[in-house]
Design a protein around this ligand. Structure first.
Ligand code: URA
Length: 440
């Protein structure tokens, strides 16, 4: 389709595109290129793009359409050039989960093993936390770096976690904000193209995807998660990025800490050789995949955690962005322990319940311009599989404002019981698998 010359013909152009998809047809390459470019320039109205996003959600897109849509979103902005970085580059993307702090220990760990990790991250919206919000609880740390700083830090330290600049896939920036308020986030073609356009534009040579499945994730069924993973892996390969996906369980929070500063503390415990078993397991599983994809299959990430190399890289990475890795982190003014009312075992702790609780305590935001509390969050004193006695604490709520704790505590108390979202049982549950599938 050639670009149309006057306003009324532009409108009939986009209406044709909407009608084609509404009626279950496929969009041509020219229609896709024109739609993304015109929307980025502000020539397609938000209400028209909303209608198209809803038609895509309801009708889907075939593989070729998704590939072209992704390419058009990449072409809407700049593509970073990491050819000046002397190490192989590899990144990780998680589709988002509760207590998912894995990027924090993983990025310096993989860098300590010889790769360079260009990690462009986001802030949290809704009940899953954002990596940048977590790191911003470290005094002095800055999320914004210039492209030149990004490349030089990758060269010198091997690890950068920072905010994506405005120039990267601007079409996605506009479209994601629109999807968020029009009930169209959940379309697999739109999720896959959104994530992959940013990762491909960032210039990484290899990518490992952590696709979460369960109550705390976008995708609650393995079948949907598998389809999303397959779509993203194929998009990566089509753009010359070595891409692998792990499907991982998000029915219960990762680790014991959910929030911002509390997740940094837990990540530093992992870097110091301790920390919760599930966080260590997933960090090492993803590190092995990343090192393999980067062409460093003989690297030993477990040794780099044990001998302090990963911690050294963490400190260098934080300091390079103005942070003080030794500074005390903010502590919440208020805390309340919620206790078990009987003996038994914790059979389940629902990820969504805990994610929403942390969000309501102030750790997350409802609108993207809201501030977050660095100190608020939830600590799980008992995780699934652990024994508990009547009177033992199960969940700790932390907030700056006591009214928030008073608001959340009754819901947590009500959730504890034999049939609740925090389920207590007489027998320990069988241990679920953390890594469910691998797709390459
Ligand atoms: N994360 C993204 O970047 N895009 C989506 O569409 C969903 C999650």
């Amino acid at each position: 389709m050639t670009e149309l010359s006057n306003d009324s013909s532009k409108i009939s152009g986009v209406v044709d595109v909407i009608r084609t998809k509404r009626d279950g047809g496929r969009l041509s390459d020219a229609q896709i290129d024109w739609t993304i470019a015109a929307y980025t320039r502000g020539e397609i109205a938000d209400e028209q793009m909303s209608a198209l996003a809803m038609a895509i959600l309801l009708r889907g897109m075939d593989t070729a359409e998704i590939a072209r849509w992704t390419a058009a979103m990449i072409a809407s902005g700049e593509r970073l050039d990491l050819s000046g970085v002397p190490r192989p580059t590899v990144d990780k993307h998680s589709t988002g989960g509760v207590g998912d702090k894995i990027t924090l220990p993983l990025t310096p760990l993989v860098a300590a093993c010889g790769a360079a990790v260009p990690q462009l991250s986001g802030r949290g919206l809704g009940h899953t936390g954002g990596t940048l919000d977590k790191l911003e609880s470290i005094p002095g740390w800055r999320a914004e770096v210039t492209n030149a700083q990004f490349v030089s830090q990758l060269r010198d330290v091997g690890a950068v976690i920072c905010a994506a600049g405005d120039g990267l896939a601007p079409a996605d920036r506009k479209l994601y904000a629109l999807r968020d308020v029009t009930g169209t986030v959940e379309a697999i073609p739109l999720i896959a193209s959104s994530i992959m356009s940013k990762k491909i534009a960032e210039g990484t040579g290899a990518l490992v995807l952590d696709v979460k499945v369960g109550t705390g994730a976008f995708m609650s069924s393995v079948a949907d998660a598998r389809e999303l993973a397959r779509t993203m892996v194929d998009l990566g390969h089509a753009h010359g990025v070595r891409t692998v996906a792990l499907l991982t369980d998000m029915s219960t929070p990762l680790g014991r800490a959910v929030g911002n500063a509390v997740e940094v503390t837990e990540s530093v415990e992992v870097l110091a050789g301790g920390g919760p078993a599930d966080v260590i397991e997933l960090t090492l599983a993803l590190a092995r995949e990343m090192l393999d994809a980067a062409g460093l299959p003989d690297a030993d990430p477990a040794a780099a955690l044990r001998d302090g190399r990963a911690m050294d890289t963490w400190r260098a990475m934080i300091a390079a962005q103005g942070g003080d890795p030794h500074a005390p982190l903010p502590v919440a003014a208020e805390a309340e322990l919620i206790r078990a009312d009987r003996d038994g075992y914790v059979a389940a702790v629902d990820a969504r319940l805990i994610g929403l609780a942390a969000w309501r305590l102030g750790a997350g935001r409802a609108r993207k311009e809201d501030p977050v509390s660095a100190a608020a969050g939830v600590i799980l004193h008992r995780r699934p599989g652990e024994a508990v006695r009547a009177g033992d604490p199960i969940v700790e709520l932390r907030a700056d404002d006591p009214a928030r704790i008073a608001d959340v505590a009754p819901d947590i108390v009500a959730a504890i019981g034999p049939a609740g979202a925090i389920r207590l049982a007489d027998q320990p549950p069988s241990a679920p698998d953390l890594v469910l599938e691998r797709i390459d």
